[in-house]
Design a protein around this ligand. Sequence first.
Ligand code: TYD
Length: 141
Amino acid sequence: MRVEFKQLETVSDPRGHLVSIEVGRNIPFPVRRVYYIYGNKEGKPRGYHAHKRVKQALICLNGRLKVGVDDGKTRTVYELKSPRELLIIPEMIWRVMYGFSPDAILLVLADQHYDEADYIRDYEAFLHAVREKTPPGGVPR
Ligand code: TYD
């Protein structure tokens, strides 16, 4: 699984905590878009898609949520419950965000502008696209 879950370095002093995100240091791609998701009152799941090219980094700034990721072979669930945690999701990973607490604020940093054409919203189409790149022996071409 190419997804990475990391603890962010945090500068703490009696005034509180500070986390710095620096491209090339703790984010491995240039950031061209930032968006955030909040106000998920009924714990409604989101996502159910993969991106053909877009890479993303997720930070739960407040509250908590779960992120299920799937590379077509393996599924893993990460719980984001602290603004010190960073989840990096590269391209071609199916993801579902769920179990949002009502106060959850999910910050997403992406390496490309929004483009609906970059989305794969059909799970079978995702599996097909992933398997095309991986022959039966499992060794990438
Ligand atoms: P969507 O990607 O379906 O959200 P999620 O991944 O959380 O399920 O996006 C929801 C709507 O917001 C959809 O109409 C597209 C729009 N949108 C933008 O305009 N810009 C963006 O950067 C994103 C991520 C979505």
